[in-house]
Design a protein around this ligand. Structure first.
Ligand code: NAD
Length: 408
């Protein structure tokens, strides 16, 4: 099994070497500023008390309050949470968001908990963590947590603190101060990055394959279809379907919402081979990490790969893909639309000025275009792939903040 924490630090070391980062700063960034492991006692429906293990990793806060998701899944490891907090530092800095990197998690399987048990677990997370609020550390959602869970987190936080503080928790419902476009932000961003890169490569309006048809994959596919791309193959955990003429993504969404799966969609055929090897122009892995490794990388036919998921391309696959002339838009760039809208959510909560969905999208697109152009410029200047360019862009920002604070 891959070591995600080591893989994350490999990216850090590569970028540090390119920009000649001070050894003291590299040492500090190679470990979280603070890592907490704690337990949450939960009264189960049958009267037993069960103890769940939880984590919160604060990678660095030189660039602003630590922010981001809370992952709840069985088998969650401290290394995964540390790696994700480092990714959050980098993603925020790449996207010019004045925030540090944070990530939390609970080792639990939400599907095995009753609604009451899950609510007590989520509320217990906040009671035990006692986050310090919008100016310090802002938990958000991730795998295993949704708007409902974030509403409970906010309610628990506000009950404890005795103050209304919508900016203290991200990814909450609009009724509690959540942002318009919170659900779509990542997918809108992925689609725009794909479009910008495709346009440069002469692939505008090209043929697209999307692995994963959840929140990110479905919105990405829908947005690309609206921009004139042909989505010819889509997969989820239940299977993969294709249509050379282009799938009707809106109808596919309705089918998947009703049946819970992409397979069985009328008019489409089952895809004969693995989706990652689809003969297409643009491949968008939007499911889970490490799906492309040294074994299947040589079979990738797409010319452009846009990492909608976090770390879908293992480090062993990167050089193989680059050597065969593929362009990769890396995760810290491709899926940063989500963190940008999260930052908009905090800004709206702090100012009590809530924006329309049109305003959110317009501001997001303008930021996405700037991130793309700036990362490409570094990539050209240093003659390095976009992944290293993005990490260098982020490290330069974090480095400047650390140096001004006298942290070296
Ligand atoms: P989701 O749970 O809504 O959807 C995941 C989809 O992937 C589902 O359709 C599932 O069936 C499919 N899937 C899972 N394993 C698969 C496999 N091995 N092969 C094919 N399909 C598979 O998740 P999401 O929110 O869409 O997130 C997708 C990825 O994007 C994750 O890696 C997540 O960490 C990353 N991400 C999400 C956001 C966000 O805003 N949701 C932001 C940044 C990054």
């Amino acid at each position: 099994m891959s070591d995600v924490w080591e893989e994350a630090r490999l990216n850090l070391r590569k970028a540090a070497e390119i920009m000649d980062l001070e050894p003291e700063l590299l040492r500090r960034l190679s470990t979280p500023m603070r890592f907490t492991e704690f337990t949450i006692p939960v009264r189960m429906d049958d009267g037993r008390k069960e103890l769940f293990t939880a984590y919160r990793s604060l990678h660095q806060d030189a660039t602003g309050p630590t922010k981001d998701g809370t992952r709840v899944r069985p088998g969650l490891t401290p290394g995964e949470i540390k790696a994700l907090s480092l990714f959050m530092s980098v993603k925020h800095a790449v996207a010019d968001i004045p925030a540090g990197g944070g990530k939390g998690g609970i080792v639990a399987d939400p599907s095995r908990l009753s609604e009451g048990e899950y609510e007590r677990l989520i509320r217990g997370f906040i009671r035990r963590l006692l986050p310090k609020g919008a100016m310090a550390d802002v938990p958000g959602a991730d795998i295993g947590t949704d708007a409902r869970a974030m509403a409970w987190m906010l309610d628990e936080y506000e009950q404890i603190s005795g103050c209304h503080s919508p900016a203290a928790i991200n990814d909450k419902p609009a009724a509690l101060g959540g942002s318009e476009g919170g659900h779509e932000g990542t997918g809108w961003g992925v689609a725009e990055f794909a479009h910008l890169a495709a346009t440069e490569l002469g692939l505008s309006g090209g043929r697209v394959a999307v692995q994963g048809f959840g929140q990110v994959g479905s919105i990405t596919a829908l947005t690309l279809e609206a921009k004139g791309y042909k989505v010819i193959a889509v997969s989820d955990l239940t299977g993969a379907i294709c249509d050379e003429k282009g799938l009707n993504v809106k109808e596919l969404l309705a089918h998947a919402a009703k049946s819970g799966a992409v397979s069985g969609f009328a008019g489409a055929k089952p895809l004969p081979g693995p989706i990652l090897g689809t003969d297409c122009d643009i491949l968008i892995p939007a499911a889970v990490q490490d799906v492309i490794d040294a074994t299947n990388a040589p079979g990738i036919k797409a010319k452009l790969l846009v990492e909608a998921a976090n770390a879908p391309i293992a480090p062993s696959a990167d050089p193989i893909l680059l050597a065969s002339g593929k362009t990769i838009v890396p995760d810290v760039v491709a899926n940063c639309g989500g963190v940008i809208v999260c930052d908009f959510e905090r800004t709206q909560g702090l100012s009590n000025d809530y924006w329309s969905v049109e305003t959110v999208r317009e501001k997001l697109m303008s930021r996405v275009r700037r991130v793309y152009l700036e990362t490409k410029a570094i990539s050209r200047e240093l003659n390095v792939p976009m992944r290293q360019a993005a990490w260098v862009k982020a490290l330069k920002k974090i480095r400047a903040a650390m140096l001004w604070r006298g942290w070296s």
